[in-house]
Ligand binder design. Structure first.
Ligand code: FAD
Length: 461
């Protein structure tokens, strides 16, 4: 009887322990389930759906080379996966673990149903360097502060990546699946995907090319260049890690091999991978990371959120400001360049993400959850841990967050990080002409108002 390998956030054949285990157990077929119904699993945003479409095209091709057919199905995982296993008369089900609460609930249900029908059901570690429940503070709880978390985690040995498995003789029969086109993951009319197609090639092949190129060309100067959005100073691996086209183990060891030539760059880069782990650590221990302030005293902060009027301004004005922020017409060049980069390519440089988020939540007084949702819909690397984690960090209400009183001045940030205007001019052709708008907010007054609101929170008075 065949094995089923259930693909999720691990769309690759190399360093894929579930795929290995499935193929060791017998002739294998692969399954991907588009699950937009299970409670607690966040439906993908628009840019992510675009990515997924091409990621599945790439996966099918890659699996084809080793003789593993890919079956696509749609619906709630806890119903669909056992049904496919039953249809195929599968002997075993194999997958790599996920860490969100809704995902874990679905996986536990699948495991339970499979085992009660006498099938093997087996999960593996592939998407994180650590299992969030295994790494605890001396008191036995989850980590709240990054430095000790990373000190502990980075002192460990991580397994070496597994090679892609050898080809197999495909199972005689596989259950019928949906056609990818039927899922309608690509945008219709208007089709906004042109610039995304130019910017990205989803799939493991491009991920490994980027990784090698980055390690050879940019790693040495990473610590400095990573702060310059006008340069190609960072790896741009985030969507590839998000979709599992490359595993953190592969990245870790590729960078580790350059430790001698680029000691500073590789340490700085490794700790960024550490922030990714830390974000998932937080999500595992706080499943409602995208909705609830980790520091509950911020529940009293008078952020404006659509619908409630708030108390930092009148609703009409805030709604208009939110629209200008989204479109990149705030009149603050660094923020506008970032928001336009995001809209066009589904990605934004990290420094600019921080400045843009700070402007939204602190100067414009808009609830961080609205910014988080916009990023969720527009980022190709949007992930259920890193996105809310970083928004809470930027808003000051998160774990080990940036202190609230540190409010970025977007004009100063621009001078420091884009001194020759390479980045802003790239994204704002009308910069310096009368068409470019005035700043939508008085930075000084709005800063004072935010600090005042912060000081009046219960525990900060
Ligand atoms: P590099 O500098 O090359 O870093 C290497 C890898 O480390 C990245 O690919 C990423 O996987 C990881 N990483 C780096 N910084 C962080 C970080 N702060 N938190 C978590 N992981 C990190 N990153 C996402 O992957 N998905 C998101 O949805 C996301 N949302 C964000 C929202 C806000 C408001 C902010 C301020 C940051 C967000 N980030 C998110 C983190 C960071 O901006 C991106 O990971 C980074 O810009 C990706 O570019 P890169 O691959 O070139 O990074």
């Amino acid at each position: 009887s065949p094995s089923v390998v259930w693909f999720r956030d691990d769309l690759r054949t190399a360093d894929n322990p579930a795929l290995h285990a499935a193929m060791d157990a017998g002739p294998t077929f692969a399954l991907y389930v588009l699950d937009e119904e299970s409670p607690g699993i966040r439906p993908l945003g628009g840019a992510a759906r675009w990515w997924l479409h091409y990621a599945l095209v790439a996966l099918r091709e890659e699996l084809g080379r080793i003789g593993v057919p890919l079956v696509l199905r749609r619906g709630p995982a806890a119903a669909v996966v056992p049904a496919v296993a039953a249809e195929a008369g599968a002997g075993g089900l194999f997958w790599n673990r996920r860490y969100g609460a809704g995902e874990r609930r679905a996986d536990a249900a699948v495991k339970q149903i499979a085992r009660s029908s006498g099938r093997r059901a087996e999960s593996h570690q592939a998407s994180l360097l650590h299992e969030p429940w295994e790494l605890t503070t001396r008191q036995g709880g989850p980590y709240k502060v990054f430095t000790p978390f990373w000190k502990e985690l980075s002192s460990r040995e991580f397994r070496h990546p597994l090679p892609a498995p050898e080809g197999q003789r495909a199972p005689e029969e596989t259950p019928r699946g949906d056609s990818l086109e039927q899922w309608g993951l690509l945008p219709g009319d208007p089709d906004w995907s042109g610039p995304l197609t130019e910017a990205w090639t989803p799939g493991p092949h491009a991920a490994h090319e980027l990784l090698e190129e980055f390690a050879d060309a940019a790693l040495t100067d990473y610590s400095e260049d990573r702060e310059r959005p006008g340069l190609a100073g960072t790896s741009r691996l985030s969507p590839y890690l998000r979709w599992g086209h490359v595993s953190p183990f592969e990245v870790w060891h590729a960078i580790g091999r350059r430790r001698r030539e680029a000691p500073e760059g590789s340490a700085a880069f490794a700790s960024e991978l550490g922030w990714r782990e830390f974000a998932w650590h937080q999500l595992y221990h706080h499943p409602d990371l995208a909705t609830v302030n980790l520091r509950r005293e911020f529940d009293a902060y008078p952020w404006w959120s659509a619908g409630d009027g708030g108390s930092m301004g009148d609703g009409g004005e805030q709604a208009a400001l939110l629209a200008r922020w989204r479109r990149g017409t705030t009149g603050l060049p660094l923020v506008d360049a970032g928001q336009r980069e995001l809209w066009a390519t589904g990605w934004m440089h990290n420094r600019v993400r921080m400045v843009s988020a700070s402007l939204l939540v602190k100067n414009l007084g808009i609830d961080w959850r609205l910014g988080e949702q916009w990023f969720w819909d527009t980022l190709v690397d949007a992930d259920p841990a890193s996105n809310p984690f970083n928004w809470q960090w930027a808003a000051g209400c998160g774990a080990d967050a940036s202190p609230f009183f540190r409010i970025f001045n977007p004009l100063t940030q621009e001078k420091v990080h884009d001194p020759d205007g390479t980045y802003t001019r790239r994204w704002i052709p009308e910069l310096g002409t009368p068409e470019y708008p005035e700043a939508c907010v008085d930075l000084k007054k709005s800063r004072a108002a935010a600090l005042e609101a912060f000081r009046s929170l219960p525990r900060n008075g």
